[in-house]
Design a protein around this ligand. Structure first.
Ligand SMILES: [Zn+2]
Ligand SMILES: [Zn+2]
Length: 270
C-alpha cells in the first residue's frame, strides 16, 4: 500500500515487485496535508517523520494492507556542490504493528528544479526551456521573489499556449514573474526518476537480511580512512563498509581491498 496522490506508484511498484510486494496505491490519504511543494502547507518535523505519518495514515485507510510505503522529497543545495540544486528522496516502508521500519535516502542532481525571475517573454521562454517544459510542468507566479511561499496567484502551467498567457498576466500585474518547475512528482519526470532510484535502493535493502536474526534491511555504510599507498596517511576514501541490523543491532565491518592513490592523499597531494 502506498499513500500517494502524485503518481509515484508507477515507479515504486515495479521496484518492489521483485520482492513479491504488491503495491496498491491509495488516494484515500490527502498526502498534501503533510506538506506541499507550493508552500501552502508547511511540512511538520523531519522528512522521515513526515513519511512515517503518511504511512500510518495510509495503513489506517486500508485495513487489509500489511505494510505501507511512503515517500518524501526535498530540494536544496547539494552538500558537495552548494550551487547545484539536489533532490533528496526518502522512501519508507513500515508494518502495521510499527515494529518494522526501513528507510532509504537517495540524493541526486538530475531532477529539474529551476526557479527564475523573468521580466521579458524571451527570458520566460529561456527559463521554461531550462525547466524542461513542456515535458515538465511549470509554476508561474507574480513578482520577483523566487521563494517557495505561495503568493496570491501561482498558476500551474502544462500547455505551451498557457505559458505566454500566464507570463503576460504576471508581467502586467507585477512587472516580473517567477517561472519555476512544478516539483510534484507527477509533474516532474526527472524527479520521478529519482524516486524510482530510491525505491530500487529500498528493494535492495529489503532483499538483504541480517545474518544474525534474519530481519530484512541489512545495510552497509562506507567508512572513510583508506590508507595512502605512498605514505600510509588516512584519506577520505572508504576503508571499510560497516554493515548493521536495525533490529538486533548486529554489526559487521568488511575492510576494502587495496590502498589509496597518493593523488587523493592529504599529505602527498594537499
Ligand atoms: Zn600519502
Ligand atoms: Zn539482526
Amino acid at each position: 500500500m502506498l499513500a500517494t496522490r502524485h503518481g509515484k506508484a508507477e515507479v515504486i511498484a515495479p521496484a518492489l515487485a521483485s520482492l513479491g510486494l504488491a503495491v496498491v496505491a491509495t488516494d484515500a490519504v490527502d498526502t498534501d496535508r503533510f506538506g506541499t511543494f507550493t508552500g501552502t502547507v508547511a511540512r511538520a518535523g523531519t522528512m522521515r517523520e513526515a513519511a512515517r505519518a503518511k504511512a500510518i495514515a495510509g495503513l489506517a485507510a486500508m485495513p487489509g494492507a500489511a505494510f505501507a510505503i511512503a515517500s518524501e522529497g526535498a530540494f536544496g543545495p547539494h552538500p558537495q556542490a552548494p550551487f547545484a540544486t539536489a533532490d533528496l528522496e526518502l522512501v519508507l516502508l513500515r508494518d502495521r504493528a510499527g515494529t518494522f521500519e526501513v528507510v532509504v535516502e537517495h540524493l541526486a542532481l538530475e531532477a529539474r528544479a529551476v526557479s527564475r525571475v523573468v521580466r521579458t517573454w524571451p527570458e520566460a521562454e529561456a527559463a521554461a526551456s531550462a525547466a524542461g517544459f513542456p515535458g515538465h510542468a511549470l509554476v508561474v507566479r507574480d513578482g520577483a521573489e523566487p521563494s517557495v511561499a505561495a503568493p496570491p496567484r501561482a498558476m500551474l502551467v502544462r500547455e505551451p499556449h498557457d505559458l505566454a498567457r500566464h507570463v503576460a498576466a504576471a508581467l502586467a500585474a507585477a512587472g516580473a514573474a517567477v517561472v519555476a518547475n512544478d516539483l510534484r512528482a507527477h509533474a516532474n519526470p526527472t524527479r520521478l526518476a529519482v524516486i524510482r532510484a530510491a525505491a530500487e535502493a529500498l528493494a535492495r535493502r529489503l532483499a538483504a537480511t541480517c545474518p544474525a536474526c534474519g530481519r530484512p534491511g541489512w545495510h552497509g555504510r562506507a567508512q572513510p580512512g583508506l590508507r595512502c599507498a605512498a605514505c600510509g596517511e588516512e584519506t577520505a576514501l572508504p576503508a571499510a563498509d560497516l554493515f548493521a541490523c536495525d533490529g538486533c543491532g548486529h554489526e559487521r565491518r568488511v575492510p576494502r581491498e587495496g590502498a589509496a592513490d597518493p593523488a587523493r592523499c592529504p599529505r602527498c597531494n594537499p
